[in-house]
Design a protein around this ligand. Structure first.
Ligand SMILES: CC(C)(COP(=O)(O)OP(=O)(O)OC[C@H]1O[C@@H](n2cnc3c(N)ncnc32)[C@H](O)[C@@H]1OP(=O)(O)O)[C@@H](O)C(=O)NCCC(=O)NCCS
Length: 351
């Protein structure tokens, strides 16, 4: 095998020639990791990535590994910058990932990624690498590095073509009796800007209650700036975002769900966050928002051929999984999330 070389990669300045090699790698990698999914078109992918970099709250790094004039592996990382809203709770974290095309594995490229992680960490003061994998090689590598996963995330999907629409309607109808005085609101395509602050505050509060299992991770802030960044990217992807929430009799948003639809994934709807505030649990609000959202999706995409709705949950999230199971969601794959302190990375590398 010829020797490989590592170069920093910047999606804002990469030349067309570098992009061409990058896209060839991306397609080869997609066959390994997500063979059922369509690949994002090149121009959309490039712009989507450049959009992401406009969020200046995060420090990003990217590198490509090349051999024989081809990209054979990539590394990337992101970490909250000091002074930004998430730094106080999560400044210790660096999220990073690496992928090596199969023929190039077990030759030390993964170790080279870890050396880059150690070099990138001081920029923000991060001390803990968080990385995840669903493929056997990735899980084995991360177990070698970090031990057992700190959390398991279950990707489940339900077959939209065989959904039990009678039950869905029943869940919607039950709400009047179980949650009197509560009102449901639907916002399709984009949430109007006047509602951003209120929605983001409710979502930030509810995200605090997502199970974290063994993860060393504090609360995250989701503010109007984050929503603006998200919408910039959705615009690039020509994607839709639908939000449903429920207000309690005092007018407080106590249940939320949102989904996305990306035209390059024509057969799939992505479920994002669903949360019911702990004070409002046991009233059937989780079933109500999820069931009503499925009806919204059915109406919005009546002229499309939706096969799947995808959702991702901690394997310990019993209440959410129970609702999802009843809607026909079944496990598709499980991803392990691993964490490791920089001292242990250095020890593994012998540096
Ligand atoms: C994870 C991945 C990046 C590792 O890349 P790599 O270049 O093969 O890793 P290295 O050659 O540097 O391996 C370093 C050590 O990790 C361990 N390791 C790596 N792959 C392993 C495997 N499949 N089984 C058991 N141990 C493994 C070994 O101890 C290895 O050292 P050794 O070869 O001297 O025994 C690669 O398997 C991959 O691309 N997987 C798919 C993407 C993914 O899941 N990424 C997860 C990380 S975010």
């Amino acid at each position: 095998m010829p020797a490989w070389t590592i170069a920093e990669f910047d999606p804002a300045t990469a030349t067309p020639d570098v992009w061409r090699r990058y896209h060839a790698y991306r397609r080869a990698r997609a066959i390994e990791s997500d063979p059922d999914d369509p690949v994002v078109p090149d121009a959309v992918f490039e712009q989507g990535w450049r959009d992401e970099r406009l969020d200046h709250d995060w420090a990003y790094h990217e590198a490509v590994v090349e051999a024989d004039g081809q990209v054979v592996a990539t590394f990337g990382s992101e970490a909250p910058k000091p002074g930004t809203p998430d730094y106080a709770n999560n400044g210790h974290m660096m999220f990073s990932s690496a992928a090596v095309l199969e023929p190039w594995r077990r030759q030390g490229i993964g170790r080279a990624w870890l050396r880059h992680v150690l070099a990138w960490m001081p920029e923000t003061g991060a001390t803990t690498l968080t990385a995840s994998a669903h493929e056997p090689d990735g899980r084995a590598f991360l177990r070698w590095l970090a031990g057992e996963p700190k959390q398991l995330l279950r990707y489940s999907r339900t077959d939209f073509r065989t959904l039990d629409w009678t039950m869905v309607q029943r869940w919607v109808d039950e709400a009047a009796g179980r949650a009197p005085g509560h009102t449901l609101e639907i916002h399709t395509h984009r949430l109007p800007e006047a509602l951003w602050e209120e929605y983001c505050a409710a979502r930030t509060e509810q995200m605090r209650h997502i199970p974290r299992d063994g993860l060393d991770m504090g609360d995250w802030v989701f503010d109007a700036g984050d929503l603006r960044d998200f919408y910039r990217q959705l615009d690039t992807y020509a994607a839709d975002h639908h939000v449903i929430w429920v207000r309690d009799p005092a007018g407080r948003i106590v249940a939320i769900t949102d989904v996305g639809y990306y035209p390059h994934q024509p057969h799939r709807v992505q479920q994002f966050f669903t949360g019911v505030h702990p004070d409002a649990r046991g009233l059937g609000l989780g079933k109500w928002v999820k069931a009503r959202m499925l009806q919204v999706v059915r109406d919005a995409y009546a002229d499309r051929d939706i096969h799947w709705v995808r959702t991702d949950n901690a394997t310990t999230n019993a209440p959410m999984l129970a609702i999802n199971e009843r809607l026909g969601f079944r496990e598709y794959r499980v991803r392990g999330i691993y964490q490791v302190h920089r001292d242990q990375i250095a020890e593994r590398l012998g540096v």
